[in-house]
Design a protein around this ligand. Structure first.
Ligand SMILES: *[C@@H]1O[C@H](CO)[C@@H](O)[C@H](O)[C@H]1NC(C)=O
Ligand SMILES: *[C@@H]1O[C@H](CO)[C@@H](O)[C@H](O)[C@H]1NC(C)=O
Ligand SMILES: *[C@@H]1O[C@H](CO)[C@@H](O)[C@H](O)[C@H]1NC(C)=O
Ligand SMILES: *[C@@H]1O[C@H](CO)[C@@H](O)[C@H](O)[C@H]1NC(C)=O
Ligand SMILES: *[C@@H]1O[C@H](CO)[C@@H](O)[C@H](O)[C@H]1NC(C)=O
Ligand SMILES: *[C@@H]1O[C@H](CO)[C@@H](O)[C@H](O)[C@H]1NC(C)=O
Ligand SMILES: *[C@@H]1O[C@H](CO)[C@@H](O)[C@H](O)[C@H]1NC(C)=O
Ligand SMILES: *[C@@H]1O[C@H](CO)[C@@H](O)[C@H](O)[C@H]1NC(C)=O
Length: 274
C-alpha cells in the first residue's frame, strides 16, 4: 500500500525506528533524506543517468513554480516549496535538494528529502496523487512549553482550525498565530499538503499527523512532522513569513525566511519508516 514500505519490516509497523539523532544546530535548512528500493546498477545502467538528467532539469523549474510533478524516462518526480517561501529561496532549496538527494540516494529507486523550505521526491513507481503519511520525520524541541498549564491546547487549537481550512485553499497551505494562555507570548503554526493530492486526502493526511503529535511532541515548545504528502509545524517564535496585513502600519518582515533561534540546539529527530 505504501510505496516506501519495506515488506520485511511489516511486523514492526508501529515502532520501526531508524535513527535517533540529536543536536542539530545552526544549519539554515534541515536536510533529511530517506532512500529505499535499492537498484541493481548493472541491470539499470541508464537509471542513474536518467535520474541525474531529471534532477538537473528540476532546479531551473523552481524559479517559476513552487510545485511541480512530472514523469519521464520511467521516473516519477515531485517537488514542493513551502507556501510562504519566495521563488529565489525555493530555487536555492530545490537546487540543494537535487544535489543532496543524488549524493545520498543516487542508486535507489525511491527517495525523499525534506527541508524546512522544500521537499523533493522521486520513485520508479507512480506515487502521484496517492497520499502517503510514511515515512515520517519528527523533529521537536526537547524543552517543555513555558506555559505548562497550557499543555498542548494552544498548539492543537491552532492546528485544528488550520486543518479545517487548508485542504480547501489553492495552495493547500496555511499559517496562523495566537497568543498564549496568559497573553505573554505568541504561538505559530503551519500546515501544508502536497498539491498532487485532493482536498479530502489532504484533510486525512493532516488529521493523521495531528494525531501523531502525541507520539513525540505533546507540550513541547516546538515541533515539526513531515510526511511525503503533508506536514505540520508549531513554534513559539515566527518561522514563516508573516502575511503582510495592508491595514497594519507595522513594517513587513525581511524577505528572508527566518532562521531557527538559539535554543533550537535542543532538537531531537526521529525518522519512522512505516
Ligand atoms: C539504496 O541503494 C543502495 C544501492 O543499491 C543500497 O545499497 C542501499 O541499501 C539502498 N538504501 C535503502 C535504504 O534501501
Ligand atoms: C531495475 O532493477 C530492479 C531489480 O534490480 C528491477 O526490479 C527494476 O524493474 C529495474 N528497473 C528498470 C527500469 O529496468
Ligand atoms: C544485477 O544484475 C546482473 C545482470 O542481470 C546480475 O548478474 C547480478 O547478479 C545482479 N545483482 C544483484 C545484486 O542482484
Ligand atoms: C532512460 O531513458 C531512456 C530514454 O531517454 C529510456 O529509453 C530508458 O529506458 C531509461 N532507463 C530506465 C532505466 O528507465
Ligand atoms: C545544502 O545545504 C546544506 C545545509 O545547509 C549544506 O550543508 C550543503 O553543503 C548544501 N549542499 C549543496 C550541494 O549546496
Ligand atoms: C517535560 O515534561 C514532562 C511531563 O511533565 C516531564 O516528564 C519531562 O521530564 C519534562 N522534560 C523536560 C526536558 O523538562
Ligand atoms: C486562527 O486562530 C484564531 C485563534 O485561535 C482562530 O480564531 C481563527 O479561526 C484561526 N484562523 C484560521 C484561518 O485558522
Ligand atoms: C481523492 O483522491 C483519491 C485518490 O485518488 C480518491 O480515491 C478519492 O475518491 C478522491 N476524493 C475526492 C473527493 O475526489
Amino acid at each position: 500500500m505504501f510505496l516506501l514500505l519495506n515488506p520485511t519490516s511489516f511486523l514492526s509497523v508501529l515502532i520501526t525506528i531508524i535513527t535517533l539523532i540529536s543536536s542539530i544546530a545552526s544549519q539554515p535548512a534541515y536536510t533529511y533524506p530517506f532512500c529505499s528500493d535499492p537498484q541493481n546498477i548493472t541491470e539499470n545502467a541508464s537509471y542513474t543517468s536518467n535520474l541525474s538528467a531529471l534532477l538537473s532539469s528540476l532546479s531551473s523549474k523552481a524559479s517559476l513554480n513552487s510545485f511541480y510533478a512530472d514523469s519521464s524516462n520511467g521516473i516519477y518526480s515531485l517537488y514542493l516549496c513551502r507556501g510562504d517561501v519566495p521563488s529565489n529561496t525555493c530555487q536555492t532549496c530545490i537546487n540543494n535538494a537535487t544535489q543532496e538527494i543524488q549524493r545520498q540516494c543516487a542508486s535507489n529507486g525511491t527517495a525523499i528529502i525534506w527541508y524546512d523550505e522544500c521537499m523533493l521526491r522521486y520513485s520508479n513507481k507512480n506515487f502521484h496523487g496517492v497520499y502517503q503519511t510514511y515515512p515520517r520525520l519528527f523533529m521537536w524541541n526537547n524543552e517543555n512549553t513555558t506555559s505548562p498549564d497550557e499543555q498542548n491546547f494552544g498548539a492543537l487549537r491552532l492546528i485544528y482550525t488550520l486543518i479545517e481550512d487548508v485542504p480547501y485553499t489553492d495552495m493547500m497551505f496555511g499559517t496562523n498565530q495566537s497568543a498564549s494562555h496568559d497573553g505573554s507570548q505568541n504561538r505559530y503554526a503551519l500546515t501544508q499538503c502536497s498539491r498532487d493530492i485532493n482536498s479530502s486526502d489532504c484533510s486525512s493526511c493532516l488529521g493523521i499527523l495531528r494525531d501523531a503529535v502525541t507520539k513525540c511532541c505533546q507540550a513541547k515548545r516546538g515541533w515539526r512532522i513531515f510526511a511525503p504528502s503533508c506536514s505540520l509545524r508549531y513554534e513559539e517564535y515566527p518561522f514563516y513569513q508573516l502575511p503582510s496585513v495592508p491595514s497594519t502600519p507595522v513594517p513587513v518582515p525581511s524577505a528572508q525566511v527566518p532562521e531557527p533561534v538559539p535554543g533550537e540546539s535542543n532538537t531531537k529527530t526521529w525518522l519512522v519508516r512505516n
